[in-house]
Write a protein that binds this ligand. Structure first.
Ligand SMILES: *[C@@H]1O[C@H](CO)[C@@H](O)[C@H](O)[C@H]1NC(C)=O
Ligand SMILES: *[C@@H]1O[C@H](CO)[C@@H](O)[C@H](O)[C@H]1NC(C)=O
Length: 269
């Protein structure tokens, strides 16, 4: 944040020097004033639903008679998150969204929110002695990524290869058992797949990890052994089916034929 600021300010100075050489000195002075008043750095924080966050003003000058933290959501609605008054030493959270999850340290001005929801996203500002401070605290609360489940798809005409599919919109990282990152291919309509060739080692495995910057989840590993078992399972099921068919259809057929022979014999007589 600090870096970005000073970058911007440097750029600002450069632009002014280039574009308005005549008023250079005056404008540089304004810029310098701007830099000194902006010395407190703003904060941008990303969190996952259920997380906790704390914001603390860089400095507060005593004596402090009241503190109010305000929250502005992306539609511009402003509500009081928490208030403290030195006279009666009462903390209050008038808004339902902040009840039971908001704490304030009246000495440092630090606000702490627990059990964050997406609705806590927005801009937080602090009033000390009814005067709004310069510093801005921006919070983005994002949903946690789900724990992914890998789908297995056989490849037609190639029994030594399968596709492993991770069908999610979040960024995906594939890994094999040596921890190596594998490059996936785009899967339609969403997610990625990798093509896995049997190596003959049943302990080799593959995982898919989802991450959205605030939370990550990794799938259960899919072992080569499971993929082969899958194949064997298919063979076993097929063979059983054939046997079931034989047991179901041969006896009636046998009976039918015996019946047939008997009838033919009697008609011959
Ligand atoms: C902002 O807050 C208002 C009042 O609670 C609410 O009606 C509105 O939907 C909120 N906007 C967002 C984007 O959450
Ligand atoms: C993991 O992938 C890398 C790169 O493709 C490969 O060199 C390595 O042998 C793989 N390890 C296993 C256990 O499959």
């Amino acid at each position: 944040m600090c870096n970005r600021h000073s970058e911007q300010q440097k750029k600002c100075i450069k632009v002014i020097i280039r574009k308005m050489p005549l008023r250079r000195l005056m404008l540089i002075t304004i810029c310098v004033v701007f830099i000194t008043t902006e010395a407190v750095s703003d904060e941008n924080v990303k969190k996952a639903v259920g997380d906790e966050v704390s914001f603390r003003p860089t400095n507060i000058d005593p004596p402090v008679s009241s503190i109010t933290w305000k929250h502005k959501n992306s539609s511009g609605f402003v509500v009081k998150a928490i208030e403290w008054d030195a006279d009666d030493y009462v903390f209050s959270t008038p808004n339902q969204r902040f009840k039971g999850i908001t704490a304030l340290d009246e000495k440092t001005g630090q606000i702490t929110l627990t059990y964050l929801t997406v609705k806590h996203s927005g801009l937080y500002t602090i009033d000390i002695n009814s005067k709004e401070m310069q510093q801005r605290f921006s919070l983005e609360v994002m949903e946690r990524v789900p724990k992914p489940v890998i789908k297995i798809k056989k490849v037609k005409g190639n029994p030594d290869v399968v596709h492993l599919i991770c069908e999610y919109s979040e960024p995906i990282i594939w890994r094999n058992s040596s921890g190596e990152i594998l490059i996936g291919s785009l899967h339609h309509p969403k997610g990625e797949f990798i093509t896995v060739e049997f190596t003959g080692n049943p302990d080799n495995f593959y995982t898919c990890t989802l991450g959205n910057g605030v939370s990550t989840e990794t799938s259960d590993p899919v072992y080569e052994r499971d993929l082969i078992q899958d194949l064997w399972g298919f063979v076993i099921v097929s063979v059983s089916m054939v046997f079931i068919m034989l047991f179901l259809f041969i006896p009636p057929c046998h009976d039918y034929c015996a019946d047939c022979c008997r009838r033919r014999k009697t008609s011959q007589k």
